[in-house]
Design a protein around this ligand. Structure first.
Ligand code: ZN
Length: 96
């Protein structure tokens, strides 16, 4: 018996999945900033932008099913996912 299939392989631009990573959210964010409506990958509902002004963070939330991206920042240095929900994104825990 041989089981070597990994549950989650990271290949970009796979349709029909949720927006979880910078690679997935960045193109959506770009379209949004160009004035386009962006749609939920789950049910194609329109996604609204939620803004946490205090934290300087954003996220997209589907107005139909509530599907949401993680909070992210978008600044001069590019996009960065906030929080640490299993991304292994690094050790940017503390701010100085
Ligand atoms: Zn949705």
């Amino acid at each position: 018996m041989e089981v070597d299939s990994k549950p989650s392989e990271r290949s970009p631009a796979r349709p029909g999945k949720e927006l979880r990573t910078v690679a997935e959210i960045a193109p959506v964010w770009d379209r949004f900033r160009e004035g386009e409506v962006v749609f939920c990958p789950r049910d194609q509902g329109p996604m609204a932008l939620a803004v946490d002004a205090a934290a300087g963070a954003y996220r997209f939330v589907c107005t139909c099913c509530g599907n949401a991206t993680p909070w992210f920042e978008s600044g001069a240095g590019g996009m960065r996912i906030r929080g640490g929900f299993g991304y292994g994104a690094g050790s940017q825990v503390s701010e100085d």
